[in-house]
Design a protein around this ligand. Sequence first.
Ligand code: GLA
Length: 426
Amino acid sequence: MQKDASGNGTLDPQSNRIRSITQKFEETFGSPPTFIASAPGRVNLIGEHTDYNDGYVFPVAIDKYINIAARRRTDRRIKLHASDVNDSWEFNLDARQSIPQQAPAWSHYLIGVASLLQASGRTIAGIDAVITGDVPIGAGLSSSAALSVSATLAFLTAGSELVGDGFPVPENHKKELAALCQRVEHEFAGVNCGIMDQTISLLGKANHGLFLDCRSLEYEHVPLNLAGHYITICNTKVKRELAASEYNKRRAECERGVDILSQWIPGISSLRDIALSDFKKHEEELPALTQKRCRYVIEENTRVLEAVSVLKARNQQITEKTDEALIQFGHLMNASHDGLRDDYEVSCKELDLLTDIARSITGVIGSRMTGAGFGGCTVNIVHKDALETFQTRVRKEYQKQIGIEPEIYRCHVGNGAQVFWNSELS
Ligand code: GLA
């Protein structure tokens, strides 16, 4: 097992998680697992509701994971134990992979992954598996994408496709696997999501943001030199009840906008194709609500491009002086939230309150909701000297006004999904 960075002999958090899931596996199945497949959650820094409009996003992988400890079986059974909820499920790889009515919601993702991997012609094998995680569920940090991605790794590793770098398939298959995990959401969980969450869970890189073009799936890892600032996430702890139905409505409104605008702007197939200047010329042709939705998406795409170019320019010459570039990055995050609140209307009073509190604190350079909205989390860039004030003020004021204690996580930007062999860990 690894020592932590301070060298003081304590285990780093991921090693601790792996040790504890290994123990749980032994308790459940009587002997150790052979490997642990691990996939991170994500927080999106900017570029919200742009992925399904073929646009740009800039998420990071966070140091919260769904881990699956597993061991290959000699038959075709998949025996699963979700230890956080103390629930089990099993299925046969040769059976028709529709979802039985009694199957618990978490198992749908694994049934879906197994089914689509087999349909794609990949070799997978039966496994015993224990699943645990610390990505908060339903908080907009992509716990379900992390579950699908870690399940994909677990099945492929047991199917012996491991190529030796901690990932069971060559690097250039990751995009295809992200698309497969996205289909699991569409076909097995009924969520019509975009491609961002699965891609960052597979392709995240420590201390880098992923600048992703959601049309071509071309990407670039952009170094995040946050110069004494931390990515800090605040969880409203509000259930995102409207998220699924309103998400689908937003998608439909965007498509409607493209449909109408294509009469005036030839050759467009998504909002990503429309320049802000062209939109302004023709926006009056749209019904008021559609106009607001489209305006937000077109402006948000522009903000992502600007945010990434600001960071890249800054990375070439980092100075000790007041960091104008980071401040500009923060302004773009704030503008993103304002658009999500006023034009796209996917925020809620709890998210708005958290961003208001954050922005009133000196040392917070940007604060916005992250993920689909209607609850979930905000993402904040906070200077290290302001962290204590931030935590105290956010806790106190949010609790006073909403009556719920929020959760606050200071995040490290980690790597994408990987596999650890038990033999190498002990
Ligand atoms: C959810 C979806 C993503 C993306 C975001 C909003 O997280 O899964 O595909 O659309 O909402 O940016």
